[in-house]
Ligand binder design. Sequence first.
Ligand SMILES: *Cc1c(COP(=O)(O)O)cnc(C)c1O
Length: 388
Amino acid sequence: MTTPKSLQTALIHSDYQAPPGFSAFPNAIHHASTVLFKDVAAMRSGNWKDKNAYTYGLHGTPTTFTLEARLAQIEGGQYCLLAPSGLAAIAMANLALLKSGDDLLLPENVYYPNSELGRWLSQDFGITTRYYDPLIGAGIAALIQPNTRLIWTEAPGSVTMEVPDLPAICAAAHARGVLVALDNTWSAGLALRGFDLGADIVMQALTKYQSGGSDVLMGCLTTREPALHDRLALAHMRLGLGVGADDAYLVLRSLPTMKLRFDAHDAGARAVAGWLKGRQEISTVLHPAFEDCPGHDIWKRDFTGAGGLFSVLFDASYTEQQTDRFVDALKLFKIGYSWGGANSLVMPYRIAGMRKGWRHGGQLVRFNVGLEAPQDLIADIEQAFAAM
Ligand SMILES: *Cc1c(COP(=O)(O)O)cnc(C)c1O
């Protein structure tokens, strides 16, 4: 110690500094609420928006700035903002871009909590929320009103898997000055280039493939336009949407393997879905790479891959009791929401009650194919069919 201090103070103030120049592959985990300024002038000139400087833990650290930059690069965007969950990222976009008197359009198959948020905005915030057929394409032009500000798209819808015509929706929206946000979680930003197809904002639930470990909740919004980023960043600041440093590190740690994992999920899911397609228990395979799936041609045109997530419709002769027995009989597929981790998951949905205008009969069951050997997953499904 160079300056004499009482032990009590010395416990808090130390003169030791680690030698500079350390270099290693992992990113440093910077935990910080308080960020220190060199002097008063540096504090006074500090701006929370400036990603070349630090002002407060909520506004960014080297760890979160690094993650944002990597995510923007994957998505083909310029700017990225992290949020504590995928749903928080959705809420950030809505609160940044909508005010009382505005109109919001959501697809009928939208991620359920997003539609729940839309209902809240309608009930209590003077924003109208209307729902459109996800296969509407250019027909969305007829739904756009002078006060419509934002259209959410989801490619594909996360339970019923319809693939929307994003370029057609974006063209109709942009002709009327309406912004389009894309929930691109299904393809992890790897198999669908949202900005190239016209989206203004691309959202990810980083909880899924970016985490890859079933252990982190996080989301983000990526943009290309600086003015749009600024509007989102203001809401991010006003709402205090910080993420924890350790969580950011876990996502940074998983990103290098994401493409390999995604491709393995894709291959496994297509093997399982292809086997299911040949079974008499299943009437329809709702996997965008299969012809049964509404919007399959659009998937072929716009996507370069698929992920691990798809749904099936059972033959209408099977009751809910039977398909529940099937789900309970599965051993490798665990019953749980979310996806993108190594473990396979399954979830039955009472879709007719959730989806206005759902025309199909038969029980809907959603599979998330993890990283297990596909033949073991198929054997698991086969024994569960027998138990049904
Ligand atoms: C999981 C998910 C979300 C929400 O992410 P959370 O981090 O769980 O809030 C949003 N959209 C889609 C399509 C998702 O799969």
